[in-house]
Write a protein that binds this ligand. Structure first.
Ligand code: GLA
Length: 432
């Protein structure tokens, strides 16, 4: 191949920079309407729950006033059913006038005034999944410009009512059109879902170049079955999916449903733990006006969030799937730390799982483990310490593990009988 001229080389660098606008170096965090509020358009009988500017203002208020924003939850994302059934005379999308009387630009200002960002939904195709106007190929530019002119910061671009050829043209075109607006807009592509989520049909290296995140698999529903199915699909296919993720490009297993109706406290912890391990977007779909304290505590867990937001951005993996229906997940983190999740897929009683850090590929050395959900620290570990962990049915034990110096280790010398029994449900651990 001929060597590049200086101009060609500079042009190449500019092109690369243009596609990587520096957004979403860590997975996005925020709130999205769909799983909890769906396509409720009846503001007469259901004013508190219908898709309207009031709903998004309410959620922005909650994010700003109830400690969410400080933790990183910043996007307020409108999903389907915000549109009027007709475009305006200039061919632009417009919101339903009775449910969004102030218009989207005004809603964006309200959200920006609170230090938050606005996301919106569009669909590459003739109609959105719920039958509102879609973005056909000829409408991509005008829709990107309309969103930018309103002050939109994030686009979820769905793929109902289009064929694979239109998708192959449309998703890259929308990326270009968003870049051309000059406004930094995070771009979430549903493209892979419509191709079955896996190579060779899905080209993850292309997706990484044009989208900041992408939905790979079916929609989440308000049940443990659904969360479990998603975890299983992502883990079974981790060899294809895990390498695709990194700063600015994330797999999206869909919204967090914690705080709704379908999960027990243990199951809610499991969803939070797995989403943190998978470097998944932390986008809640719940009613922030009405959250119980356990859901709030799980979603606001600082260590789980820090694990999710680790700057290295390496997606974790399932290390083991035991015959006992215990699964072990691992994610490497910055500063030589790591996270481990022990997930029980059992349905009987808390299960005693025997392992050691050495069995989970840890190097010889001294470690401490911080239990993310109980707040306990297990000191005096080395790689061969025998661990007995008690894991609740459909629950997790999640550990943040970091190496410690030999000298520090000496302080906890009295623990050195090399066996740790760890019972989450009685909220203490015993070192023998
Ligand atoms: C698809 C998407 C969902 C949601 C709905 C809206 O099913 O996967 O996340 O956006 O469309 O109609």
């Amino acid at each position: 191949m001929r060597a590049l001229t200086v101009t060609q080389f500079l042009a190449l660098i500019l092109l690369t920079l243009a596609l990587d606008n520096g957004l979403l170096r860590t997975p996005p965090m925020g709130w999205m309407a769909w799983e909890r509020f769906r396509c409720e358009v009846d503001c007469k009988d259901d004013p508190g729950n219908c898709i309207s500017e009031n709903l998004f203002r309410d959620m922005a208020d909650r994010l700003a006033e109830d400690g969410w924003k400080e933790l990183g939850y910043e996007y307020v994302i409108i999903d389907d059913c915000w549109m009027s059934l007709l475009r305006d005379e200039q061919g632009r999308l417009q919101p339903d006038p009775s449910r969004f009387p102030g218009g989207i630009a005004k809603l964006a200002r309200y959200i920006h005034d609170r230090g938050l960002k606005l996301g919106i939904y569009g669909d590459m195709g003739s109609h959105t999944c719920m039958g509102f106007p879609g973005t056909t190929l000829d409408k991509i530019e005008i829709d990107a410009q309309t969103f930018a002119s309103w002050g939109v910061d994030y686009l979820k671009f769905d793929g109902c009512y289009s064929n694979p050829v239109e998708q192959m043209l449309g998703y890259p075109l929308m990326s270009k059109a968003l870049n051309a607006t000059g406004r930094p807009i995070a771009y979430s592509c549903s493209w892979p879902v419509y191709l079955g989520g896996l190579p060779p049909k899905v080209n993850y290296s292309l997706l990484g170049d044009i989208c900041h995140l992408w939905r790979n698999y079916y929609d989440i529903q308000d049940s443990w079955d659904s969360v479990k199915d998603i975890i299983e699909w992502f883990s079974d296919n981790q060899d294809d999916l895990q390498p695709a993720a990194g700063p600015g490009q994330w797999n999206d297993p869909d919204m967090l449903i914690i705080g709704n109706f379908g999960l027990s406290v243990d199951q809610a912890r499991s969803q939070m733990a797995l989403w943190a391990i998978m470097a998944a977007p932390l986008i809640m779909s719940n009613d922030l006006r009405n959250l119980d304290s356990s859901g709030r505590a799980i979603l606001q867990n600082k260590v789980a969030i820090a694990i999710n937001q680790d700057p290295m951005g390496i997606q974790g993996r399932r290390l083991l799937k035991e015959k006992s229906h215990i699964e072990v997940y691992w994610r490497p983190l910055s500063q030589s730390a790591s996270a481990l999740v022990f997930l029980s897929q059992r349905t009987d009683m808390p299960y005693l799982y025997h392992t050691s850090l050495a069995k989970l590929n840890y190097e010889a050395g001294n470690y401490e483990a911080y239990d993310v959900f109980t707040g306990l620290t297990v000191k005096g570990l080395n790689a061969t310490t025998e661990l007995t962990l008690s894991i609740n049915p459909s629950g997790v034990v999640m550990w943040y593990i970091y190496p410690v110096q030999q000298s520090k280790q000496a302080e906890t010398h009295h623990y050195h009988h090399n066996k740790v029994l760890y019972f989450t449900e009685v909220k203490h651990h015993t070192v023998l």
